[in-house]
Design a protein around this ligand. Structure first.
Ligand SMILES: *[C@@H]1O[C@H](CO)[C@@H](O)[C@H](O)[C@H]1NC(C)=O
Length: 325
C-alpha cells in the first residue's frame, strides 16, 4: 500500500469514527447544558421520540423531568388538552421565574402527532397524562398525576410536583378580571332594572321571585358548583374504550357536566313536589288537579330514582334503589 493510500484510509476511518461519535449519547453535562439553555427560552420543552429518548429516558440523570403527554392538533379533538396545556404552561412559567429556579427540574411536552412511538412505548391511550421521571430509576404509579381525582388546575399540578420532587412552586396566575367584570355588569343590570321599574316595585315583595332565587341558589350549592370552582375537574371524560363518561365512577370525584345533570334532576324533583302541592291547593278544576298530581308524582318518582341510581353508581355498596337499578 502506498503512503498516500494509507493516509487516505487513516482519515477515512477517522471520519467514520467521528460520525459514530456524533450518534453516541450525549454526556450528562452536555444534556444538562442543552436543557438549561433551552428551558431559559422556553419553559415547556417540546420533545419528539428521539429527544424523549435522549433527555427523559437517557441515563444517568440528575434532574427531574415532568412530562405532559397530550394531543394538541385540532384534528384530535381533545378539548381538555388545550385547557390542560394552559395550566401546565402556567406551572412551568411559575417555575422558570421563581426564586429557587435551578437545573433540578424541567418541564416538557410530547404531542401524540410528534412522538407516537413514545405513547406506544409507555402504553398511553388517552391524553392528557402528566408523568414525573425521577433522577434515578423508573417512574412509579404515583409518578403519574391522578387527573380523575385531583384535576389538572395549575395549583394541583404544582402540589403534585412538590410531593414528587420536594420542589415547591408558587403558581403565579395572571389576575383574571372576568369575574369582577361579570359582577359589575350584574350590578348594573339590577340597578337598571330597579330604576326602570321605580314606580312599580311590587315584584320585590313577590314571594315567587324570592322563592325562585332561593331554589336556584340551593341547586347550585347542593350540586357541587363550589367543589368545581375549587378543584377544577374536567368537563367530562373519554374512557379507555372511547365512550364518554358523564358521571365520575367514584365518590372521590365528579365532572362538571355531572353537576349540571344532578342540579337538573334536583330541580325536576322540586318541580314535581310543587306540582303536587299545587294540585292539593287548587279548589276548583278537578281535571286540572288530576293532571298536575299525575305529572308531579311521575316527575318526582322518576327523577328521584335516577338520582338514587347515580348515587349508587358512585358510592359502591349503597344498598337502596327505587324503580331503576
Ligand atoms: C448534574 O450534573 C451536571 C454535570 O455533572 C452538572 O453540571 C449539574 O450541575 C448537575 N445538576 C444538579 C442539579 O446537581
Amino acid at each position: 500500500m502506498s503512503p498516500s493510500a494509507t493516509l487516505l484510509l487513516f482519515f477515512g476511518v477517522l471520519a467514520l469514527l467521528s460520525l459514530a461519535e456524533c450518534k453516541k449519547e450525549l454526556t450528562l453535562s452536555e444534556r444538562v447544558q442543552q436543557l438549561s439553555d433551552a428551558a431559559l427560552k422556553k419553559p415547556v420543552l417540546r420533545f419528539n421520540g428521539d429527544k424523549f429518548k435522549q433527555y427523559v429516558k437517557g441515563t444517568p440523570r440528575n434532574y427531574s423531568m415532568i412530562v405532559m403527554f397530550t394531543a394538541l392538533a385540532p384534528s384530535r379533538q381533545c378539548g381538555i388538552c388545550r385547557h390542560a396545556h394552559d395550566e401546565f404552561q402556567l406551572v412551568a412559567n411559575s417555575w422558570r421565574y421563581s426564586q429557587g429556579y435551578s437545573n433540578k427540574l424541567y418541564f416538557s411536552l410530547v404531542d401524540f402527532d410528534e412522538g407516537p412511538d413514545v405513547f406506544q412505548q409507555l402504553r398511553l391511550n388517552s391524553a392528557p397524562v402528566f408523568m414525573h421521571f425521577p433522577p434515578k430509576g423508573k417512574p412509579k404509579k404515583v409518578d403519574t398525576l391522578d387527573i380523575q381525582r385531583v384535576g389538572f388546575a395549575a395549583e394541583n399540578i404544582a402540589r403534585w410536583v412538590a410531593e414528587r420532587t420536594d420542589i415547591q412552586i408558587r403558581v403565579f396566575r395572571p389576575p383574571n378580571y372576568s369575574g369582577l367584570l361579570a359582577l359589575v355588569v350584574l350590578l348594573a343590570l339590577v340597578v337598571g332594572l330597579l330604576y326602570l321599574r321605580k314606580n312599580n316595585l311590587d315584584f320585590l315583595y313577590n314571594k315567587t321571585t324570592w322563592a325562585l332565587g332561593a331554589l336556584a341558589f340551593t341547586f347550585a350549592m347542593t350540586s357541587g358548583q363550589m367543589w368545581n370552582h375549587i378543584r377544577g375537574p374536567p368537563f367530562l371524560q373519554k374512557t379507555q374504550s372511547g365512550n364518554i363518561a358523564y358521571i365520575h365512577g367514584s365518590s372521590q370525584g365528579q365532572f362538571i357536566v355531572e353537576t349540571y345533570i344532578v342540579a337538573l334532576l334536583n330541580a325536576a324533583v322540586a318541580l314535581g313536589m310543587i306540582l303536587m302541592v299545587e294540585a292539593a291547593n287548587k279548589r276548583d278544576d278537578v281535571r286540572k288537579r288530576r293532571i298536575y298530581a299525575i305529572i308531579g308524582l311521575g316527575l318526582y318518582a322518576f327523577c328521584f330514582s335516577l338520582l338514587l341510581s347515580i348515587f349508587r353508581s358512585k358510592a359502591h355498596g349503597y344498598p337502596y334503589s327505587f324503580l331503576l337499578k
